[in-house]
Design a protein around this ligand. Structure first.
Ligand SMILES: [Zn+2]
Length: 466
């Protein structure tokens, strides 16, 4: 392979094509946001089917694919079906590489609607931002791919030689349960030289980023039981431990005084991080005056390269039902992030050992409903990463930065396992204020436009690469 070209071929024409197509891209994105394609159990999955059909229609509309299919496979051999994904493929010609463009068309639940400033599934423009569930994560990723392909088609015309695979998953927000089976069954069709995962974010509104590190995740329910029935807390309180007492005591052993993780055996990754001060952390998270940050070391190393552990839910009587009772059993959802360099299995073993050796008063504990994913470090030594960094700079007019992500994209480890030779690029349309998964999720439209342009540039470079 030759060294990178200094500039993208037909860059000016691509800029014009992206600009001309942008209003339609935003309208198509709005159409996707209107479909409440929540992939979680207990939600109406006919909406996920509808969004798969819409993605298929958009893929067909580009006119470049030889085959466009909705695929739905069991989550494992002989098990129930997963949710529908879309695979569209076009074979490479004249020795050009093939690029796989990944995004997902399912979304997280909208949560409490009253906290939204506009209806979650009614795309709403305020200032430069389009609000709505999925407006950023990850329907904008889907549309960035479609819009970049449209621009390339408009400019390359007959000379479209790059191989294209569009792969839009339908259950990323619910653990990508059938993904492994999709990759296995469609391995040939999905096979590619470069994989772009458009499901991450940018440094800020002016600075593009390539995501090079992701933390892994381990989450589980912890059931704590001390009594076989509830008793009057006045009659027996003080002589037998109730479950909340044990839970509070046990959970408090997870953290040191400074809030960093106190579980022995969880490891950190040693890597420099960009400058990021406490003020920025306060601004981006809404940390209240007087409330101190937690952890130690550079702030970004806490977010990208150190483990963390969070309690994300509890089943315990609510205050309305709080009678004077010793509560016999509680459930706690524990969600931990695993630093790059440690497997989730290793991290889970450390957490489990910690729990079992710290249970107070001999209470009964069980661990249930384990979800997991491995952390990932991207190999940035290949030509695709260099091309991506250059096209970012060309499209944004600012040098791109390499970033880690505190969150996890567990399926990336699956992709790497299935396609070990492919170069992986993790890009995205989000910015620090996009609030994916939260109320008032939004997409910054100028960032969206630059993300489309970067990807169109990348496709044009691959289309010329021999
Ligand atoms: Zn996502």
């Amino acid at each position: 392979m030759p060294k990178n070209q200094a500039v993208t071929p037909q860059a000016d024409e691509l800029r014009e094509a992206v600009a001309a197509g942008f209003p339609v891209s935003v309208a198509d994105l709005s159409g996707l946001v209107r479909i409440p394609s929540v992939s979680w159990d207990g939600f109406d999955h006919s909406h996920v089917e509808a969004s798969a059909r819409e993605v298929k229609r958009l893929a067909e509309g580009t006119g470049v694919f030889d085959e466009v299919d909705i695929v739905q496979v069991p989550i494992a051999e002989g098990a129930r079906l997963g949710l529908p994904a879309v695979i569209a493929t076009r074979k490479a010609r004249n020795g050009r590489p093939t690029i796989l463009l990944y995004a997902h068309h399912d979304v997280q639940p909208e949560g409490e609607e009253e906290v939204w400033n506009s209806a979650p599934f009614e795309p709403t423009l305020r200032g430069d931002r389009l609000y709505g569930r999925g407006a950023a994560d990850d329907k904008a990723g889907v549309m960035a791919h479609i819009a970049a392909i449209r621009a390339l088609v408009a400019v390359a015309g007959e000379n479209l030689d790059v191989g294209l695979v569009l792969f839009v998953e339908g259950e990323e927000e619910f653990g990508s349960r059938s993904l492994h089976e999709i990759l296995r069954r469609y391995q040939d069709r999905l096979s590619s030289d470069v994989i772009v995962v458009a499901d991450s974010g940018n440094w800020d509104l002016d600075t593009p980023a390539l995501t090079i590190a992701l933390r892994g995740a381990v989450a589980f329910n912890l059931r704590i039981t001390t009594l076989d029935h509830a008793s009057h807390s006045g009659m027996f309180g003080g002589a037998v431990p109730d479950a909340p007492l044990v839970a509070i005591e046990l959970l408090s052993t997870f953290w040191k005084k400074d809030g960093s993780v106190a579980i022995e055996g969880l490891t950190s990754h040693d890597e420099e991080t960009p400058e990021y001060d406490e003020e920025k952390l306060r601004e981006e998270t809404g940390l209240l005056d007087g409330v101190a940050p937690i952890g130690k070391g550079a702030i970004l190393s806490r977010l990208w390269y150190q483990p963390s552990i969070t309690v994300t839910g509890m089943d315990i009587p609510n205050i309305r039902n709080a009678s004077n009772t010793l509560v016999p059993s509680v459930r706690v959802r524990v969600s931990a992030r695993v630093a790059p360099g440690q497997t989730w299995q290793d991290a889970f073993a450390a957490i489990e050992a910690h729990i079992l050796s710290h249970v107070p008063h001999g209470a009964h504990v069980t661990i249930e409903d384990l979800d997991s994913g491995n952390p990932f470090l991207v190999d940035t030594s290949g030509w695709a990463a260099a091309d991506a960094m250059e096209t970012f700079e060309e499209a944004w007019g600012t040098e791109a930065v390499e970033i880690g992500a505190g969150g996890s994209i567990p399926f990336i480890a699956d992709l790497v396992e299935m396609f070990p030779k492919a170069q992986i690029l993790i890009t995205g349309v989000e910015d620090p204020d996009s609030r994916p998964h939260s109320p008032n999720e939004s997409l910054h439209l100028p960032t969206f436009r630059r993300a489309i342009l970067s990807e169109a540039f990348l496709l044009a470079r691959l289309n010329a690469r021999t």
